[in-house]
Write a protein that binds this ligand. Structure first.
Ligand code: ADP
Ligand code: MG
Length: 399
């Protein structure tokens, strides 16, 4: 746990490479719909400015699959950061290469440079044995700071391999430190009952963690597209609902595990079905143990589920929530997420919400002050609960 932090090291006039998490939700016109994650990086950046550092920031955005994709450029993030900081933020069109190298070399104290989306290079997510990509990122920098809690569960180049090039100089940023400290304390000895609510759509990356949650929580509530995968695994015809078929066996195993452990899994009693993913479409509420309507898909939890979950959740002393319970970006499908958010906000308990989209949903309702902790990482906070640490944190220099 005791890793070097910003306060442990002489930063004066240094060139500092910072891995931030600017993986922000975007609107259809590619503008930033929620800048929580950018705001969350300001403490670290301001501290580095105060120490006269030259600051090089790097991040990923979305899933460009190792190729350049102009829809996933970080250019808008540079603009937003500049407004929030009231300080110029320069932008490099590529995370590596000769031009970027020169850009870094010529960066003066108190100047800030944001590099283009790391995931435009396949080596970010699939590091090669030679670590050349990480080495290029590291080139010309004195100190590495990890402030990307939301990405620290992944052994990616900018999180993990990069630390090889900063012996005794790979440190925790303020956001990472705060997130890790908070979660560690919250789950070390949680007030019980401890309930988890899991929704969203990243089934492949989250379903494995559910197994270990059975050891930790007193009950789990599953909504969102995650619940459709479970319904299908239970043999229910979920029609056009979003399901990751490769994980049906895994879902069965999770159900079995919770049964053995005698920890209840609450799936929605009823669901809202829609013909299309848009505001003006036909919808229908059905009991979820019945076959879903042909050509319809589950887009939200239903009203019976909301009142049932309300009764149960009110008993909780600790709540961890990751993943919206429906396609909340569309008003018509946002009732479940919004009502459960409102219900939880009024409960007297330790209330933790993790995940880019989940936190965006809370912000949209202006309920952020009524939660104990909003974590910038969804998958990361889930894995932290599972392992009590993360690979990206472990890789940093010890105190
Ligand atoms: P987080 O970012 O909080 O970790 P995820 O990225 O896993 O959460 O999932 C968020 C996304 O899941 C949202 O964009 C939401 O629209 C989508 N979603 C929620 N429920 C459903 C559903 N039933 N079908 C399809 N998508 C869903
Ligand atoms: Mg998300």
């Amino acid at each position: 746990m005791d890793k070097l932090t910003l306060k442990d090291i002489d930063l004066k006039n240094k060139k500092v490479l910072v891995r931030v998490d600017f993986n922000v939700p975007l609107n259809e016109d590619l503008s930033i719909s929620d800048d929580t994650r950018i705001k969350a990086s300001l403490d670290t950046i301001n501290y580095l400015l105060k120490n006269n550092c030259s600051i090089i920031l790097m991040s990923h955005l979305g899933r460009p699959k190792g190729k350049k994709d102009k829809n996933l450029s970080l250019k808008n993030a540079a603009k937003r950061l500049s407004i929030l900081l009231k300080h110029e933020v320069k932008f490099a069109d590529d995370a590596i290469g000769k031009d970027t190298e020169n850009f870094k070399k010529n960066l003066k104290p108190k100047e800030i440079l944001l590099l283009e989306n790391l995931r435009f290079h396949p080596e970010e997510e699939k590091p090669k044995d030679d670590n050349k990509f990480a080495e290029e990122l590291a080139k010309g920098c004195d100190i590495y700071v990890n402030d990307a809690f939301g990405s620290s569960h992944r052994k990616h180049s900018s999180i993990f391999q990069i630390t090889n090039f900063f012996k005794n100089r790979a440190i925790e940023g303020f956001l990472l430190e705060k997130e890790v400290d908070f979660l560690y304390k919250a789950i070390q000895d949680p007030k019980r009952p401890f309930y988890a609510i899991i929704g969203g759509k990243k089934i492949s990356t989250k379903i494995g963690v559910l197994n270990s949650l059975s050891e930790i929580v007193d009950a789990i509530f599953i909504g969102g597209a995650m619940s459709s995968t479970f319904f299908k695994a239970m043999g229910i015809d979920v029609a056009s609902s979003l399901v990751e078929d490769d994980f049906l066996d895994e879902a069965k195993k999770v159900l079995e595990k919770f049964k053995i452990k005698k920890v209840p899994i609450y799936l929605p009693i009823d669901v809202l079905l829609a013909k299309d993913i848009k505001e003006e479409t036909e919808t229908k509420i059905v009991e979820s143990d019945k076959t879903f309507l042909k050509n319809y898909q589950a887009v939200d939890i239903g009203p019976k589920t909301i009142s049932d979950w309300e009764k149960k959740l009110k008993l909780a002393k600790t709540i961890f929530w990751n993943g919206p319970l429906g396609i909340f970006e569309i008003d018509k499908f946002s009732l479940g997420t919004n009502k459960i958010a409102k219900i939880i906000s009024d409960i007297d308990a330790v209330k933790i919400v993790g995940g880019g989209d989940s936190v965006a949903a809370i912000n949209k309702l202006h309920l952020e002050k009524k939660f104990t902790h909003l974590s910038t990482g969804g998958g990361a906070s889930l894995e932290f609960i599972e392992f009590k640490s993360l690979p990206g944190v472990e890789a940093l220099s010890d105190q």
